[in-house]
Design a protein around this ligand. Structure first.
Ligand code: ADP
Length: 747
């Protein structure tokens, strides 16, 4: 079919080519050349008549004049094709060939004139007219191809006839009575040629149009056939796709009634085509679990003739539910009316199951995560409570008069319990970091006192090993910076602690400076030691959770392997990092970078944890301690023993409320978790039901930020996490008393 279209296209092209001015000119030249010998044989015939009847010389003369014109014309016509190829314009070639046509016609006319004059007029008239008529017919035939040449020839022949008659009549005075008959006869011949001329000009044109139309129609027909065949092929392809598709395919009419279903539909649902044809899908495909909103959306889409997509539950013939992903596509006829709707259903039951399993797994993981957090919180609380006792008691013991050996025992208890507390804090921090619960809270604080505080805290540890702890600060260090001082302290304690821990001889140097890269002033603190160092292949692993440089380290130096993991994460949360370089047996350098810009704001006052308030502020005051744990009650009693205040105790929240009523204390130290009524409920009761409003300080082993928040929301004024140190407790009470006095003064 494609070959036929190609052939017809070429035919049309060739047809058009043949009928361009250039094509016509070429055809004119070819026609004239083809009939050259036929024309010359006629001239030869006339010349022979002349040679026999008049004289051979006359015959030769007549043949010569005719042949001269013919040869000139033929010479030019033979060169037409070449000239056109060489780029000579069609117009120019037409002009040249008109001139030679003129010469050729003139030759023939001369030939006829010789005949006319040489042989007797009765015989010559018909012969001459026949020659001229033949020439005229020839010229007319060429009219459609070369109008100018044809007209030139006709003019020459016409003028020849007229010329000869005029010569006869006026010059030769030949038989005048016959003249009119001859003119009449000649005019009749000319008249009878008119329809022929009209056919050749207009008729031929009509024929040409007809021919072209025929080729065109043939082409259109071939194209229509080809497109029909293509459509048939496509139809066969589509139907075979639908037949063999894995997805269920339904064809619905404009009212959504079923027209056709594919074998996959039957395999999936159990319905044969005959069982569903003409029915609405809701009559056989949908059930209780199918979503009515989705079905309404589909119905509306069919009504509006638009595509729709959705997921829903379908049912098989035996009532088994399965999930499908449905795609509805409208199909329109040539006039744009909705013809049918193609509905493709893909079974997504497995995908849905997997989604449900995934959601369940996520829920379980979240529950596990919550359980872990709750467990850690409980564990931390449960360990902190007895630790409070141990640390508090050893604090008290160290103040007592002890022998040097006993003092060493107490010291050991203190250090061990503080190490244990660090581990608990690390685990708690690490779990908070993992859950994303750990927050950085920035404030404006003074940098130098903060650094001094950490170094002073670590100094005894270094001194115990005989290692100097040196701090070098840059001159341009900002006075006040914006950041989380507590977290910076935590990182420094850990890194400096490690440096001391892993160094036997030499020193530990802390260098503090600023880096001016980027828009903010970053702080850079490097801690360099001359200790055991870290092997190159382990250096990055020391930042992994629970990782240590080698297993022997754990045994020799102790530790959990959490400190650096926490420090790095904290530093990163503060816009920096912790980077380590080290050489085995030479030493290590840990660089702490934090993004603490310098600020010009009033800074937080850093108080020495061991500074005690003036005891006179407690004079005559009453403090209520609500605490269920006997040891902790005993401890607080001992911590406040020498102060000029009255301490009363309650063992649960309910008792605390009653004692607030009875003793009207200025300060309440409230444990959070207590039997009967917990600290939060007791606080709420006091705040809402009582006229006397004490300053309430939470004293609790619950160390989460959320716990602090809960305490403040319940109406407490302060928060002291256990284990509590004596100085902190006294300061908190003093602060409470002070703020009460201020409030009373303002009130
Ligand atoms: P911990 O010190 O509790 O084991 P860290 O996370 O603080 O946990 O440190 C991880 C490990 O990195 C240490 O166990 C030790 O092997 C190595 N490390 C840390 N600091 C140093 C140091 N200054 N010199 C040598 N090794 C160190």
């Amino acid at each position: 079919m494609a070959a036929e279209i190609h052939e017809l296209n070429r035919a049309l092209e060739a047809f058009d080519q043949r009928n361009t001015p250039e094509g016509l000119l070429l055809r004119y030249a070819r026609g004239r050349l083809r009939h050259f010998f036929a024309r010359q044989s006629l001239s030869l015939f006339g010349a022979l008549i002349l040679a026999f009847t008049v004289s051979p010389l006359i015959g030769l003369a007549a043949l010569s004049v005719s042949l001269f014109g013919e040869l000139l014309d033929t010479y030019v016509l033979r060169r037409v094709k070449k000239q056109l190829q060489r780029g000579v314009s069609v117009k120019q070639v037409q002009y040249k060939t008109t001139v030679t046509a003129f010469a050729q016609a003139f030759g023939l006319s001369a030939f006829v004139a010789i005949l006319w004059l040489a042989i007797p007029r009765e015989a010559a008239l018909l012969l001459c007219l026949a020659y001229l008529a033949a020439g005229a017919v020839n010229a007319v035939m060429a009219l459609p191809f070369h109008r100018r040449a044809a007209v030139a020839r006709l003019l020459v022949y016409g003028s020849t006839v007229v010329g000869l008659f005029i010569a006869d009549f006026f010059v030769l005075h030949y038989q005048r009575e016959q003249f009119f008959y001859n003119v009449a006869a000649t005019l009749m011949v000319a008249y009878t040629m008119l329809p022929f001329v009209s056919y050749v000009t207009t008729g031929r044109l009509r024929d040409l149009r007809q021919q072209r139309r025929q080729i065109e129609q043939g082409l259109e027909l071939a194209k229509a056939n080809a497109s029909l065949q293509e459509r048939q092929r496509e139809g066969r392809r589509l139907s075979s796709i639908a037949e063999n598709a894995v997805d269920s395919i339904m064809m619905l009419d404009a009212q959504a009634n079923t027209l056709w279903v594919n074998p996959a539909f039957t395999r999936k649902t159990g319905y044969k085509l005959s069982e569903v044809v003409g029915k609405h899908p809701t009559q056989y495909l949908h059930g209780l679990r199918s979503d009515p909103a989705t079905l309404r959306r589909f119905t509306q889409a069919i009504k509006d003739g638009v595509a729709a997509h959705g997921e829903n539950v379908n049912y098989t013939k035996i009532g088994a539910a399965f999930w499908v992903e449905t795609n509805l596509s409208p199909v329109f006829d040539d006039r744009g009316n909705l013809e049918m709707v193609v509905c493709v259903d893909r079974d997504i039951t497995l995908k849905k199951q997997r989604e449900a399993e995934l959601a369940e797994a996520k829920r379980a993981a979240e529950m596990g995560e919550r359980a872990k957090t709750a467990f850690l919180a409980t564990m931390s609380h449960e360990i902190r409570t007895p630790m409070n006792g141990i640390i508090g008691m050893s604090d008290l013991l160290s103040d007592a008069k002890l022998s040097s050996e006993e003092a060493l025992y107490v010291q050991t208890i203190r250090h061990s319990s503080e190490a244990l507390l660090t581990i608990i804090n690390d685990i708690l921090d690490f779990s908070k970091l993992q859950d994303g619960h750990l927050k950085i809270s920035s404030i404006a604080f003074e940098l130098q006192p903060c650094l001094d505080e950490v170094v002073n805290l670590m100094r005894p540890q270094a001194a115990a090993k005989g290692i100097p702890l040196i701090i070098e600060t840059a001159d341009n260090l900002p006075r006040t910076v914006w950041g989380d001082d507590g977290r910076l302290r935590q990182i420094l304690v850990n890194v400096i602690g490690n440096a001391i821990k892993f160094t036997e001889t030499g020193n530990v140097t802390v260098q503090v400076g600023t880096v001016k890269e980027g828009p903010d002033h970053g702080l850079e603190i490097s801690v360099t030691d001359t200790g055991i160092g870290i092997a190159p292949d382990r250096i990055e692993h020391v930042f992994d959770q629970f990782a240590q440089a080698d297993a022997a380290t754990t045994r020799r130096f102790g530790g959990t392997g959490l400190g650096l993991a926490i420090s790095r994460q904290l530093a990163r949360m503060m816009g920096g990092d912790v980077i380590a370089t080290s050489a085995v047996n030479v030493g290590s350098c840990f660089v702490i970078q934090v993004d603490f810009p310098s600020v010009n704001l009033p800074a937080k006052r850093v108080t020495d944890p061991d500074v005690m308030p003036d005891p006179t502020v407690f004079d005559g005051k009453t403090v209520l301690l609500a605490e269920d744990n006997r040891t902790n009650r005993f401890l607080v009693q001992k911590l406040l023993k020498d102060l000029p205040l009255t301490l009363v105790t309650a063992v649960n929240g309910k008792e605390a409320v009653e004692m607030v009523k009875e003793y009207q204390p200025e300060i309440v130290l409230m444990d959070m978790s207590m039997p009967v009524m917990d600290g939060l409920d007791a606080t709420r009761f006091i705040r809402h039901q009582m006229s006397n409003q004490p300053h309430i300080i939470a004293l609790t082993a619950n160390a989460y930020r959320s716990d602090r928040q809960a305490c403040l929301e319940a109406g407490m004024n302060g928060f002291l996490p256990k284990p509590v140190r004596r100085a902190e407790l006294l300061r908190a009470i003093a602060h409470g008393l002070e703020s009460r006095t201020t409030a009373a003064r303002i009130g």
